[in-house]
Design a protein around this ligand. Sequence first.
Ligand code: PMP
Length: 751
Amino acid sequence: MNSCARTEREAHDAAALALQYWGEDGHWTRLPGENFNATNGVSVLKLTPVADDLVQLEQELLGRWSAAGLPVVQAVPALDGSDSVACQWDGQSMTARLYPRLPGSMWRTSPTTDALLCSIGATLAQMHQVDLGAQAAQRTHAWDLATACQHRPSIGLMPSSSTRRGVDAAMQAMAAIDLDGCPRGVLHGDFNDENVLVDGDAVVGIVDFGDVLAGAFVQDLAITMAYAVQQDGVDVQRAGVLVQAYEATRALNMQEKKALPVLVAARLAMSLCIAASRQQKDPSHPTWFEHVESTSQALEKLMSFAPRDLGMLWCSGQSRTSPSATSADSLLDRRACLGRSLSLGYDQPLHITQGRGAYLIDADDRVYLDLVNNVCHVGHSHPRVVEAMARQAYTLNTNTRYLHETVLEYAERLTSTLPKGLDTCFFVNSGSEANELALRIARVVTGHQDVLVIDGAYHGNTGNCVAMSPYKFNGLGGAGCPEWVHVAPMPDVYRGDWSGEDAGHRYASEAGAVIAHAVESGRSIAAFFAESMLSCGGQIPLPSGYLQETVAHVRAAGGLYVADEVQVGFGRVGTSMWGFEKEPVLPDMVVLGKPMGNGHPIGAVVTTRAIANAFANGMEYFSTFGGNPVSAAVGLAVLDVIDSEGLMERAQVLGQRLMEGLHALREDCDLIGDVRGQGLFVGIELVRDRNTKQPAAAEAHQVVNAAKHAGILLSTDGPQHNVIKIKPPLALDAMDVDRALRTLRDVLVSR
Ligand code: PMP
């Protein structure tokens, strides 16, 4: 049916309905908007799908709002006395209601003066001042702003990469927001430029209550602001007049002020997502896509501001409590009081002030998806971990020279996650300390002095650890390989000498040859330190059989096997709690750190009872902080969260999703030489030429900085600095993974 015939038929059907049920005569014309509304100049006929039927609730709320002096009207009873009638419309079961037509015209058709913005802000605040009880309107729907992120899967349907980028950033900020401290009540749910009727500079009517729901009041304000910034002549700054007028009646608290800019952008982003998904279903729908252009322009404008600046522009009394220093300033500040050998990430260093789940938030309230900090393993500032830490710190913090049940409970819980036999713990404060202690234990127990390490490895920052780290001693300022350290070639099946099925055996034979050479030269091997996947080496999984065979060579030389799980441990690999479990070989010691305390400094060496006993030669082992009750409480909470939130399984499922996406990306992007990893420990190796494998270090650097600009934190690693590493907190979700893949595609393909 063409649109003319459709309009005629609708007018006819509306007239028949109004006459039959309300005895109201006249000529009806359709009103703009999503639902079917028609007017004959006196009344408005409103049709809503039966599923959205809220007649009872709406009547009640309208009564209360009307009594409070707000410009709303209640439904006119039908001839049979009911507030609504059931009818068929266009083959669909609908609820029809008749309302007296309010004066005025739609806000969007009138000039938006400052006085009008004030009236709109004040009217909304007045609505929020009416106490409707906490339990009213407990419902949600597709346009519920609090659940905007449910629409993220539609971002991939958007054809424009710049729109996608804006929507991705807006939705990511929404995912990181905390609405808990925002006062709640009954919301209009769609206080927009069609539902607010105005006469000159004043609001004279509020219509369409089909989206009412309980939520944070600031959601309503954000929706109105999302429309204010789209009006002709209203720039982002001027729209603040509306917020200030709102605040004159109902002041916003700090959380609301922080949330407002994020929610405004999320509303625009959500509209674009819904339009994109509708586009797929019915690309020729007459009214669905009218606003897409202005919505995406408004979003682009909004996203050009830092959220914190917008909050300051819009809200009264908003002042910067912690100004975000410019990168140059912060560098200078650091150099005045910190050692110069500390480095900063990114061309424009970040000033992070808050962490939440998988997100880091900077001093300007910009939200970054953290794909690189494996320390905050269960999520930044996880409330359960923070609570456990605070509770214990509030009660007692001492050391292991006193009895305490928590350290025992923790030791038991920790060893229960390890294979049988690894049942004895030494607690320390970092991964470096743990490796240092493991070296000391190995030397005492074996009577040998030397170690075997893998090329490119990093095992820590202490004197001995640097000496055992080719990554350091072969790098800038390094003193080269000490006599007591022997280096096995990196078992890298992409770039190294061996690949294919027997690569593990080949590389293990090379390690065996290194040991044999050392022994022949009169050296003795105390230990083999090996990460279960190589991190600084370039995110490299060990080829099958490598560990088992290399460890056999080490043991034959009288040495112990130390599994450095500082980076990959605690479920990150997805299929098991520990990376070494991929191979049927039991370590003599396991070294733990980073994720163990989710950011709290704690590390451990876990070993067998026999080795621990052999180490007890009379010299006391004591660490002032290692094994203190606060650290033990934190460690327990981390294990609890890994279990209760199923984080190991999540690492597996999301790791697979990420890998599939990256392999698909590799098909379209020649710069990607290799994609590898397991669970949420992944590397993307960039090369200028897939045949020569010339490392693309400058490109990797660019990609990392471009991704940061788009809101994703990554970093590079590997001897050539050309491997992009991904090892996020396990708190991220599938939508974050998809968002990361979209951004990587954007920055890699459109470079
Ligand atoms: N081992 C490995 C594999 C590491 O990656 C690190 C830190 N990057 C360490 C040990 C040292 O840990 P920490 O920095 O906690 O001393």
